[in-house]
Design a protein around this ligand. Sequence first.
Ligand SMILES: [Zn+2]
Length: 142
Amino acid sequence: MIKYKLECNDCKFTFDSWFSSSKEFDKLKKINLLNCSQCNSIKIEKSLMSPQVISKIKDSSYLTKDEKKIKLFKNKMREYQKFIKNNFDYVGNNFAYEARSIHYNKKKSKGIYGKASNEDINNLKDEGIEIQNIPWIEDKEN
Ligand SMILES: [Zn+2]
């Protein structure tokens, strides 16, 4: 949603109005659906004030096709992450150490997940340790 400050060219009345996008403003103006609430003039212009955009859009109907795809993907990732969290032990930055101890000590353990540098990952793979690199998204963003 974008809020524009609009100004009537005839009576100089200014008012705020919400649009789903800047395109919507152009469309409404083109078909003369924007009019001044004071004098009914259709000579409405955006005033110079910069538009305000709401960053946290809850209503998904305002999302573009690509944004919807990303949202869908993120939901899938969250399900995947939930599965991993429920079935694997989180070892944080100790991933490389823990992976080695499982591999070399044949320690019975359920799977682990955690953070590792690219160098760690390459070393672990060189040592024949089976690991999977998965993209991870933080939970805090929507
Ligand atoms: Zn007016």
